[in-house]
Design a protein around this ligand. Structure first.
Ligand code: SAH
Ligand code: SF4
Ligand code: F3S
Length: 478
């Protein structure tokens, strides 16, 4: 399908550009024109989110905008007049799932011919995907990207009243937009963006192309949001960025993330988490701050990707196996009772058996509490996608299974050590099956199911652990 007037299509080359210009902070970009303030009156929306926490948080913005337009949320697409999928592009199997879902949603048109389908998020930033949608998914009428969520009212208006297909995807470095509405999905846990984008360009990864350049919110804007959340009764904030350790570099903030973390801790909210930390620029100051404040949770997600230094170099990760291990042990020594999770990719182009064994031996050394493991997936436009690959899918699958078996041993061992301990749990909610069983997370991010009476979501309670499993703990309130 050819470009239509008014459309903006993604452009991977433009998405990859990085300049030294400072990002603009937009404080009044989001406006709803008065004639479309009631666009959603009497209409229902269904929004499904795929991918990482950045997308979760974007969905809270999308929901906030839709509700300002008077749309009402529903839990099943069958009841909706507007169905939006907020998508992730990080691996092909995640994309295939979305495309399958989008294809199957077309059936809703039989009962509701006016239902509008929209696709946004990281997949919308990809040329290949948008071309496919334009050609083969003609029922998808609304396509927008990660840089222009604020344009949703106008884009939706064009579809609903203009009867047009709205396609607007901007491939650019991006700005910081401060005045967007938000509908928080959690009542006591909140996501707080501290920065957007990524400049690391790991050779396998599409995120720098879908999210633009690294740009930080000002410290004052972030802290003000956290103060408000605390006043509203929130117990936990998770500071979000593709690499939070780079926070503030673009704004020349001295001590960057360490300074932000310390100021956040001083606000006195009960629990502070952050994700993701790239091992490359995890500073000593950061470790000291994490160790110093009780309300910064002793849990670090520290993606390693591979245990082999040559592989890490080809991946563009900027650290060696030894540097990762040194950092890991430094954090472990300084932060009391710290739990760790990681991300690992197996089957990167030409990964040898020895290199894979190096990954297993790193897992043996670190004994992670949790790991997210993936088979490498080539992504259009990234350098790794151009590399020849002599590793068969069969071998990759065998390595993934072996790796999972290995880290599960340690996850189980780590959980077993909780037997009989008393831990602090932030209560998420009550079990659907049994009204006396609650669930929540420990400071070290362990899921606990426990019996209790008279507690409510948002309470922080002491729980004695009575049984340990690989992925969760059981206990009773004490
Ligand atoms: N910014 C985060 C990662 C975001 S993507 C960081 O650097 O830690 C989450 C994880 O997806 C990555 O850590 C990596 O393990 C995995 N991933 C990214 N691109 C991938 C690809 N092309 N194939 C397989 N896994 C990938
Ligand atoms: Fe992707 Fe690397 Fe950026 Fe993480 S740091 S988002 S893996 S490019
Ligand atoms: Fe996926 Fe985009 Fe997040 S590609 S992992 S949703 S930044």
């Amino acid at each position: 399908m050819k470009q239509q007037p008014g459309w903006a299509l993604p452009d991977l080359r433009a998405a990859q550009k990085r300049t030294k210009t400072e990002s603009v902070i937009e404080r009044s970009l989001f406006q709803i024109p008065s004639e479309i303030k009631q666009l959603g009156q009497g209409k229902k929306y269904y929004l499904r989110t795929y991918g990482c926490q950045a997308n979760e948080r974007d969905s809270e913005t999308i929901a906030g905008i839709l509700e300002e337009l008077m749309f009402i949320p529903v839990n099943v697409p069958e009841e909706a007049d507007l169905v939006i999928l907020n998508t992730c592009a990080v691996r092909k199997n995640a994309e295939d799932k979305v495309l399958g879902e989008m294809g199957s949603l077309k059936r809703l048109q039989r009962d509701n011919p006016d239902v509008i389908f929209g696709l946004c998020g990281c997949m919308a930033q990809e040329e290949e995907v948008v071309n496919l949608l334009l050609e083969k998914y003609r029922h998808v009428k609304l396509i927008f990207g990660t840089h222009n969520i604020h344009r949703l009212p106008e884009l939706l208006y064009d579809v609903m009243l203009g009867g047009k297909r709205s396609v607007e995807v901007l491939s650019k470095e991006g700005e910081v937009i401060e005045n967007l509405p938000v509908k928080r999905f959690g009542k006591h846990k909140a996501w707080v963006n501290i920065m957007y984008g990524c400049d690391k360009f790991c050779t396998y990864c599409i995120v720098p192309y879908t999210r633009g350049k690294e740009r930080s919110r000002t410290m004052e804007d972030v802290l003000e949001e956290i103060r408000e959340l605390k006043n509203e009764g929130y117990k936990e904030v998770t500071l979000l960025g593709q690499n939070v350790n780079s926070y503030g570099k673009d704004l020349h903030i001295e001590k960057g993330f360490a300074a932000l973390l310390e100021e956040t801790a001083k606000i006195g909210i009960d629990r502070i988490r952050f994700t993701t930390s790239h091992p490359w620029d995890f500073s000593d100051e950061m470790i000291d701050v994490i160790a110093k404040y009780d309300n910064i949770m002793p849990f670090i997600h520290l993606p390693v990707q591979s245990g082999d230094s040559d592989m890490l170099k080809i991946m563009g990760r900027r650290y060696t196996r030894e540097e990762y291990l040194t950092l890991f042990h430094k954090i472990k020594d300084k932060v009391k009772n710290c739990a760790f999770s990681t991300d690992i990719i197996v089957g990167f182009p030409n990964e040898t058996e020895e290199q894979f064994q190096q990954t297993l031996s790193l897992v043996d050394e670190c004994k992670f509490d949790n790991a997210y493991t993936f088979i490498y997936s080539p992504r259009e436009g990234t350098p790794a996608a151009k590399m020849d690959d002599n590793v068969s899918l069969e071998v990759k699958q065998r390595r993934l299974a072996e790796l999972n078996e290995r880290w599960n041993v340690y996850a189980n061992e780590k959980n077993m050590a909780y037997q009989g301990q008393i831990v602090k749990v932030l209560v998420d909610g009550v079990s659907k099956k049994n009204k006396e069983v609650y669930s929540g997370y420990t400071e070290t991010n362990k899921l606990v199911n426990f019996s209790a009476t008279d507690v409510k979501p948002g309470d922080i309670v002491n729980v004695r652990i009575t049984a340990c499993k690989t992925f969760s703990l059981d206990g009773e309130m004490c």
